[in-house]
Write a new protein. Sequence first.
Length: 277
Amino acid sequence: MRRLLSLKSKRILSGPYLFWAVSFIIIPLLMIVYYGMTDQDGAFTWMNLAKITTPENLKALGLALLLSFISTIICLLMAYPLAMILSKINVNQTSFVVLIFILPMWMNFLLRTLAWQTLLEKNGVINGILSFFHLPSLSIINTPYAIILGMVYNFLPFMVLPIYNILVKIDKNVIDAALDLGASNFQTLTKIIIPLSIPGVISGITMVFVPALTTFVISDLLGGSKILLIGNVIEQEFKQGSNWHVGSGLSLVLMIFIILSMALIAKYDKDGEGNAF
């Protein structure tokens, strides 16, 4: 009887989550698949997916892949040493790390990007400071460099947290044993720490690369609508062209990268050790 009540209570508690999952995940995905695989008359077609092969869309996709790759590499180079420093000191995850990395994420994504637009514009704060010290001004707004800067700023916490999470789980006795056996600090890093932290690195790379690839807000604000990434193209198909079929078809193409990232995580992080939270 108690077991039946426990099962019933679990079903009741899982009800809101199931409703949320069906309403905001499954149904929207099914709609994207439907619109992406049909034409204006509702007939099945592959033409919406084939739109990715047009020169304009290929250019936008290629540029998005390039900027996302560069941003991911920069985030990795910045996040790994920082995560190592945090893992070696006595840091309370629920206070310091959350305060430094999670708190900025609570601020609206759009506001954070608009702040960088204000900082980087021609008469912005940074150029004002440079002008005060009689230094040459920076002209990176509306360029790919500004977009990369915005991507790194917004997505860096998603790289730091999974790497930090996996580094603090490494048994310190393993590192001490390597040092006692005569391994140098560099050998310990390359032979012990980095291989054991691969799940966190893969998770971080995925959590940065995928949103950077699909973003359109950063490129729209910091690129001045002059630099089109594949996310901007999809946004225009939905909002300006009101062409849900082509927009959904291009979205399905991007879902390939999401599926590949999920497969990558499943291969290298089978135990979920690299999860950020």
